[in-house]
Design a protein around this ligand. Sequence first.
Ligand SMILES: Nc1ncnc2c1ncn2[C@@H]1O[C@H](COP(=O)(O)OP(=O)(O)OP(=O)(O)O)[C@@H](O)[C@H]1O
Ligand SMILES: [Mg+2]
Length: 184
Amino acid sequence: MNVSLTGTPGTGKTSISGILSKNKVEILNLNKIISKKKIKFEYDKKRKTKIVDIEKLNKYFDNNIRNKHLLIIEGHLSHLLHCIDKVILLRCNPNELKKRLLKRRWNKNKINENIESEILDIILCECLKFHSRKNIFEIDTTGKSIDSLGLIILDIIKNNFKENKIYKIGNINWSEEIFDMELI
Ligand SMILES: Nc1ncnc2c1ncn2[C@@H]1O[C@H](COP(=O)(O)OP(=O)(O)OP(=O)(O)O)[C@@H](O)[C@H]1O
Ligand SMILES: [Mg+2]
């Protein structure tokens, strides 16, 4: 089973992957694959962002990834891969996300772009284009420790991705946050 661990940058994919990997879950970091395997991308100078050729990425995975055991592919594009069976989508309150992203040396526009994307459910909408609702598990990371989030995901795995009211999509809604929050 191939599982996407996705979410807006800063929601904690890489941090939580560390916990999963300590618990013997096999993790593949999509950014590392893109650079190691020289998957073609263009660089948008203005947005300071890589624009990855998703078809090339899919070709690499179609040719190289078998669907034998549990594999978690982490990265904010991983839900776009054809080989994905289940999706774990990390979410974060935009105010907290702003704090996390401010710690990075990213430019203002890039931080704002990601906060807006989180508020507008952009990744969730992309997930819904490619995956059925029952295969998407949405987890609010706000105020939760990385360890506890690791345990939540281990539990979902242990339960063989059985549908779960708490993590079904639609429970998270940041629209109210827009009134309290200021972009930077
Ligand atoms: N649950 C959490 N509570 C507090 N801080 C967190 C949490 N998860 C992640 N962070 C912090 O937020 C920052 C971003 O985390 P991380 O790099 O894991 O995000 P990411 O989703 O992998 O981002 P990217 O898509 O850019 O790779 C780090 O400084 C990390 O320590
Ligand atoms: Mg990361």
